[in-house]
Design a protein. Structure first.
Lengths: 241, 738
């Protein structure tokens, strides 16, 4: 452990993602940005129909009411980065584990594809490579060199763009400065047109994410399971006249 | 006594000292030279970001592209750009797959087996240009050449228009499906009527307390969706306390309506009636701020609220409630959207909606409607005028009559994008020589003799004045972020090459060596403006900063208050919608809508977009027909049952999606699938193009395509097609099918 905690990669940060449902319009920009950043393969129509899509973030859409008083609500769901993660204890090879910054990390080259973690996950956000991903030439050029391309038999999921976290941490460390709030932006947060997504350190009470987490609108998914997720939702509202 | 130093002795000592210095140990640093010398800015593994402009839709958002080792790796929004402030939509994010698409043309080609054969023979560029310039030189008259363009950068349009002017030919016709669906030409005519300028207005959603959107899918594809989405986010949670009221009037609950507080399912084509009734209630009951609307009473003198309520299917109480909310708000705005423009009474509906802004005195106010200030960009601003559909029909008639010998197509795909009944497919066969500039073999390129593939936008130069603009003068700049992958040639350079080959007047009018020198000269007009966020001492310094920042914009917010024309002193027209097809035979209204993912079909060849689920139906890689649950049960069909949809002009088959948010008398079909060509990903999807159903009718006041004015009938086929959907219909979750 380095003497100055702020300049160390090991620290007591708690990365969280705040999702403001009042801003989210379900536009799918985050979904495509995530594909681009994280080398996520596409599965095609047939496999998608089997439910074998690979998105790390999905926009769930819920209908409420009946015509004409009908409403649709969107809820982006990605890995909740649980503190008490049900996916972790079931992995026989420690491919999925908890890192020092509160992230559920997935070590691809340990994974042997038991899919136990996917079964244990109550949020159904883990995706499994049933096939070898295909990138017809020259689509391989789009691949992000910072992120491993996973092969068949590997489980994967949202990492909060850990490559971006690490890059920002290492850069700030090299420059001898403290990481600023908002400096790290996962691909989904970066692109979100309505700024519905905010990423930050819950350990820092002044970070924008911490402030939003204290909002009266905040809630977490399936709190009764006691998973203590690192994704914090802010509920949407309604204006009536 | 010190020894005196003679001049000779001094020189001797000095020479000796010099020699001693030269005898220092020979440690020199010599740079060893690598065999392959990488470009200076290239550090292996280190990312370089370049600013440019997104061209996935006409909005003109700024982008920055992460490149590593000379390859583009990720597109993000330009955080400095005033329009999108670092944000980007799904289509913008997928731009890399335009560049790296496996189905791109790699060089100029000629169709060796004749048009439609899909057999291509590579052509050496100078040969291709000679061929085309010979064709132009051989024209018997200049009227026999036509240029049909779609989404194209401003400089290509300006060069094409200039070349055609010197040839004595008609200027390019700009028309594509995206602009038809968003009602761009009608919106421009609406501005002309109201504000005396064709510039598209900016509706200040972010500062507004009440937003009434009439068929504007402003969070999806309409006009400038990223800027509007950012404004929407600010309206909801940006300020203190109030989260705004957002009401959407349209026959189908779009993804935009899903974010609205209230969705009012208006009878198709009756949106204008709702606006008229709301206006009438405001003036009649003197709602809102005292005195603000006295002068506007004349607008509504012929309006009967009860009649309007019946015609639009919106109860009088609802109208009264919304009129009150709209008039009482400090800041309120009404937005005339694309669906209005797609009706045969479109223009009168749009006038009625825009008049609401006038009645509550929101024109030129924060939170209301204003025009973007062109600043010193006025000279650059010769924005491509979007033509109305009837001008395309004129061209089709001339093509059919054999009056066109040479057709150039750039940035549009008329074979796919025009209603099949418009007859373009037949007309193109009557044109002896067709040239396409498409980087892909799309449905139109298949009917071209010669394809001169343009670079894709990440390899291209250009600039664009966004329209609608931002809250300040802005010009977006486009530059290549990577070297062109293949032997493609910029369309602007093709035009310059043609001019040089033709000689005479064209060569004089287009003297530039290449498009970059033309651009450098053109954007030089902005150099020295006091408004700019940056300025340079020299033109070349300005040219460098222009490329570095991805454009030019003002540092400060500068808005332009529209000046009202006399249209505002006459009673507003009330005109009934008209539909193609007898209601007895064709009981449903067809609503073909622009897909948030594929827009007008341009995105269909990008696997990331095909894989991204439609937000409302969660369908991936598919095309479907949306029916109200009641309509579906009356027909005896359910999810995934294939129905036949037939209009007076055509027929298609597609699986059903039961959609709770649609009027029972409306059938909605997304646009974008059903490609016969356009690459493996577009062709992989079993779907149809709803434009086969659309009647080629127009709104007589604007000439715009009335794409929402066709009636259809439905017939179950008894067959099924399981759509790939994210949503689990049986409630069993993932991987429960098959």
């Amino acid at each position: 452990m380095a003497t100055d905690a702020n300049l160390s990669v090991e620290n007591d940060r708690r990365w969280v993602l705040v999702v403001d449902l009042d801003r989210c319009t379900g536009c799918q920009a985050c979904v495509v940005a995530c594909h681009a950043e994280n080398n996520i393969p596409v599965v095609g129509e047939k496999q998608a129909a089997y439910g074998r899509w690979m998105h790390w973030i999905i926009i769930q859409r819920y209908w409420e009411g009946e015509y004409p008083n009908v409403k649709a609500r969107f809820m982006p769901v990605m890995c909740q980065q649980c503190t008490e993660a049900p996916c972790e204890p079931v992995c026989p090879v420690f491919a999925t584990y908890h890192n020092a910054e509160g992230l559920n990390a997935q070590i691809y080259n340990r994974c042997i594809g038991t899919r136990f973690c996917g079964s244990a996950c109550p949020y159904k956000v883990r995706t499994y490579n049933w096939f070898r991903p295909e990138f017809p030439e020259p689509l391989t050029e789009q691949l992000n060199p910072d992120v491993t391309v996973r092969t068949r038999g590997i489980m994967e999921k949202c990492t909060f763009c850990i490559q971006r976290i690490r890059r920002a941490e290492i850069d700030s460390q090299a420059e001898g400065r403290i990481l600023a709030d908002g400096e790290i932006q996962p691909a989904c947060v970066q692109t979100c047109p309505t700024s519905a997504l905010v990423f930050g350190d819950l350990g820092d009470p002044d970070s924008r994410a911490s402030q939003l987490a204290r909002s009266h609108r905040s809630f977490r998914l399936l709190p009764e399971l006691g998973t203590d997720p690192g994704v914090i939702y802010l509920k949407g509202g309604e204006t009536n006249v | 006594m010190p020894k005196t130093l003679t001049r000779r002795e001094f020189l001797k000592i000095a020479a000796g000292a010099t020699a001693a210095t030269g005898l220092a140990p020979a440690v020199r640093s010599i740079v060893i030279e690598p065999f392959v010398r990488p470009p200076e800015e290239l550090l292996p593994g280190q990312a370089t970001w370049y600013a440019s402009t997104c061209r996935q839709c006409p909005a003109g958002c700024g982008i920055i592209v992460r490149t590593i080792n000379g390859r583009a790796k990720k597109i993000e929004g330009n955080p400095l750009h005033p329009l999108n402030r670092g944000k980007l939509c799904a289509r913008g994010q997928a731009g890399l797959q335009v560049l790296y698409n496996p189905d791109r043309l790699k060089n100029a080609v000629r169709q060796s087996g004749g048009r439609g054969s899909r057999q291509f023979e590579p052509l050496y560029w100078p040969e291709a240009l000679d061929l085309l310039s010979d064709k132009i030189a051989a024209l018997s008259s200049a009227e026999r050449i036509a240029f049909l363009g779609g989404l194209m950068p401003s400089h290509v349009y300006r060069l094409a228009a200039r070349l055609f002017e010197t040839l004595g030919a008609a200027p390019p016709i700009i028309y594509d499906l995206q602009s038809a669906l968003e009602g761009r030409s009608a919106a421009s005519q609406l501005s002309q009527a109201f504000f005396g300028a064709p510039d598209l207005p900016v509706y200040d959603i972010s500062q507004s307390d009440v937003v009434l959107s009439f068929g504007a899918n402003l969070l999806e594809t309409w006009m400038s969706p990223v800027a509007q989405s950012a404004a929407y986010g600010a309206m909801r949670q940006g300020g203190m306390g109030s989260r705004g009221l957002f009401v959407q009037f349209e026959p189908r609950l779009s993804a935009t309506a899903a974010s609205a507080d209230e969705w009012i399912p208006v009878r198709p084509g009756a949106e204008g009636f709702v606006a008229l009734a709301i206006g009438r209630i405001i003036v009649e009951e003197r709602l809102g701020h005292v005195g603000s609307h006295r002068t506007q009473a004349v607008l509504y003198q012929n309006v009967d609220v009860r009649e309007m309520a019946t015609a639009s299917d919106v109860p009088v109480e609802t109208l009264r409630r919304l009129a009150g909310a709209f008039a009482d708000a400090d800041r309120a705005v009404a937005i005339p959207g694309g669906y209005l423009a797609g009706q045969r009474n479109g223009f009168s509906s749009m006038l009625a909606v825009q008049a609401l802004n006038l009645v509550v005195a929101q024109v030129g106010r924060e939170g209301g409607v204003f025009l973007s200030n062109p600043g010193p960009t006025a000279a650059l601003r010769q924005n491509l005028p979007v033509n109305a559909f009837d001008e395309v029909m004129d061209l089709i008639v001339r093509m059919k009559a054999g009056e066109i010998d040479l057709l150039l197509v750039h940035g549009a795909n008329p074979m796919y994008e025009l209603p099949a009944a418009a007859g373009f497919a037949e007309a193109i066969t009557r044109v002896p020589f067709v040239v396409s500039f498409s980087p892909f073999v799309d449905e139109t390129a298949v009917w071209a003799d010669l394809i001169l593939p343009d670079h894709t936008y990440l390899e291209s130069w250009g600039y664009q004045v966004p329209s609608p603009g931002a809250d300040r003068p802005v010009v977006s700049s486009q530059q290549p972020v990577v070297r062109p992958l293949y032997d493609t040639l910029a369309a602007a350079d093709v035009l310059l090459g043609l001019a040089a080959r033709l000689g005479g007047k064209p060569a004089e009018a287009l003297p530039w060596e290449d498009e970059a020198s033309y651009l450098e000269e053109t954007v030089g007009e902005l150099h020295g403006s006091s408004l700019g966020a940056y300025d340079a001492r020299t033109p070349s310094g300005f040219w460098a900063l222009w490329r570095q920042y991805g454009g030019w914009w003002s540092e400060k917010k500068i808005r332009r208050e529209p000046e009202l024309t006399e249209v505002v002193q006459k009673p507003l027209p009330i005109s009934d919608p008209q539909f193609e097809g007898d209601p007895e035979d064709y009981p449903f209204h067809l609503y073909p809508y622009s897909s948030i993912i594929l827009s007008d079909g341009r995105g269909a060849n990008l696997p990331w977009l095909q894989e991204a689920p439609d937000p409302m139906t969660t369908v991936q890689w598919g095309m479907w027909v949306e029916l109200n649950p009641k309509t579906a049960s009356a027909l005896g069909v359910s999810d995934n049952d294939i129905v036949q949809v037939e209009s007076p002009h055509g027929m298609l088959e597609a699986p059903v999606v039961i959609y709770p948010g649609i009027r029972p008398d409306v059938v909605a079909i997304p646009v974008g699938q059903g490609h016969q060509d356009y690459g493996r990903f577009a062709q992989a999807v079993s779907g149809s193009n709803p434009l086969v159903l659309v009647a080629p009718v127009t709104d007589p006041s604007t000439g715009a395509l009335a794409w929402g004015a066709t009636r259809v009938r439905l017939k179950p086929t008894g067959r099924k097609q399981i759509l790939a959907r994210l949503e689990s219909l049986d409630g069993n979750g993932r991987e429960s099918l098959g």
